[in-house]
Design a protein around this ligand. Structure first.
Ligand code: URP
Ligand code: ZN
Ligand code: ZN
Length: 470
């Protein structure tokens, strides 16, 4: 038979092994792994290259309504174009519950925004901001059944946060119907207390975003989220963990038997709170929550990557334009850190940072890179083995990396809608040069090819973490 595609001569990395095999693709799926596989319509010579499953970024914010005249820098077109150029082939953005609208209505809108605009595959988490009896009793159970099998809750942000009782109710709904709950752990009351102190002193610069969200704010909330998960007896994902104290809480909770999945992000490995203290209002470029910490916290995050405490490495891509009154320089944001939109872009730089700072430095191996960047996301969120693996039968979502290509991260080479990258100037060795989605080459020489976005919506299974727990 003639395959559609043959990738020859590369070093193939699965979630468990590093292999010298060719990959044959047929009908959008991986059809065979081995040698002398036979003819193909298109052959790619991957000699000297690393061939991995396309990345999965399970924590991104795209076209999420902000309020207060603030607008996200990316729609699905630019965000997913940026994703594929960074070696990512599946993203999981959030659908935010809105007042006076059903979640279903809002989801329909997100689907419309993504449809025909997405260069990679897309699936949605939900964000629960108001766990009413009808949401918990009718809407969420039906949505979970329909493949929206995970939701995020916030312990911070005015207007979005849930109190402990509401979190318990939401977790209970997740337990009963088989969904996975992701928690943003920061104590909003403690933040408010510290913000008031800062504002009373006239401390309004971006750097005070970090000092009003110090480590204990995150540590306490992490402990509380884990305790609530233990009380309900349902698994939990602690997202964007930034420091050693929160990591210790996660390790201890595993000791009590809590089923916790933990996520960290590039900003906690390569940025520090000193970045928020840059000249003028430049620090606003680094405002995200939790904030980047110090060198010790970076080292603690690396140690937790190395010892397997972290399962997921996501971008928390949440992009705003810096030079815009609808972005980081919103009129209110220019008056005080309190109103600077929270979030930074990073969908395209996530995996290059992990490859360069992780694999090239010897901190992690290639299989860890694959698990942290792809496989564990698919496993956690009900997409495995369709996604996140190089195996016969899996979707042919593949990224080919040049492990010795060295160049710095620069805004002018990125494809997102922001006008800056917080990772500007970081020297990277190892870049993705080709990305393949469902057997079609969509990035060549690091640039998108093709006129038509090929991304599809992915209906997800329940997380095996939830099934295993019941
Ligand atoms: O600052 C951040 N992380 N913005 C995105 C929203 C969130 O909390 O994940
Ligand atoms: Zn968050
Ligand atoms: Zn986020």
């Amino acid at each position: 038979m003639t395959y559609d595609l043959l990738i020859r001569g590369g070093t193939v990395v699965t979630s468990r092994e590093v292999l010298s095999v060719d990959i044959a693709v047929s009908g959008g799926r991986i059809a065979a792994l081995g040698h002398d596989l036979g003819p193909a319509t298109r052959e790619i010579d991957a000699t000297g290259k690393i061939v991995v499953p396309g990345g999965i970024d399970s924590h991104v914010h795209i076209a999420q309504p902000q309020g207060g005249g603030v607008v996200m820098a990316d729609g699905f077109d630019s965000a997913t174009r940026s994703a594929i150029c960074g070696g990512t082939t599946t993203v999981l953005p959030f659908c935010l519950q809105e007042d006076d609208r059903t979640m279903r209505e809002v989801l329909t809108e997100y689907h419309a925004k993504a449809e025909g605009q997405s260069w990679c595959d897309v699936s949605f988490h939900l964000i629960v901001t108001d766990p009413t009896p009808s949401l918990l009793g009718q809407e969420l159970p039906a949505l979970i059944e329909d493949g929206y099998t995970s939701f995020k809750v916030f312990m911070t942000y005015e207007g979005l946060r849930l109190d402990d009782h509401e979190i318990l109710l939401t977790m209970d709904c997740a337990r009963e119907h088989g969904a996975l709950v992701m928690v943003h752990c920061e104590n909003e009351d403690a933040i408010r207390f510290l913000v008031d102190k800062h504002l009373a002193r006239g401390d309004v610069a971006p750097k005070f975003h970090a000092t009003t969200r110090p480590v204990p704010v995150e540590r306490e909330a992490t402990n509380r989220a884990l305790s609530l998960s233990e009380i309900v007896d349902t698994p939990v994902v602690i997202v964007h963990v930034s420091n050693g104290a929160a990591i210790d809480e996660i390790r201890r909770a595993r000791g009590w038997g809590v089923k916790v999945t933990a996520e960290t992000c590039p900003q906690y490995l390569v940025l520090t709170e000193d970045d928020l203290d840059r000249e003028g209002w430049e620090g606003a470029k680094y405002v995200c929550s939790p904030p980047p910490r110090d060198r010790q916290a970076q080292a603690d995050c690396w140690a937790a990557i190395q010892d397997g405490t972290f399962d997921l490495f996501s971008s928390d891509h949440c992009p705003f334009v810096f030079e815009s009154d609808t972005g980081k320089k919103t009129p209110d944001g220019l008056k005080s850190f309190r109103r600077i939109p929270n979030g930074i872009p990073g969908i395209e730089t996530r995996l290059p940072i992990l490859f360069s700072e992780g694999v090239r430095t010897g901190r992690i191996g290639l299989t860890e890179f694959v698990r942290l960047g792809a496989t564990n996301h698919a496993k956690s969120y009900g997409l495995y083995p369709q996604k996140g693996e190089i195996a016969v039968g899996s979707d042919a979502d593949i990224a080919i990396w040049d492990p010795s290509l060295t160049r710095p991260i620069t805004q002018d080479r990125l494809h997102h809608g922001s006008d800056y990258t917080p990772f500007e100037g970081i020297e990277i060795t190892g870049w993705p040069v080709m990305t393949i989605l469902g057997g079609a080459v969509i990035v060549e020489d690091g640039e998108p090819v093709g006129d038509v976005p090929r991304g599809r919506y992915l209906k997800r299974d329940r997380s095996p973490l939830v099934a295993d727990a019941s």
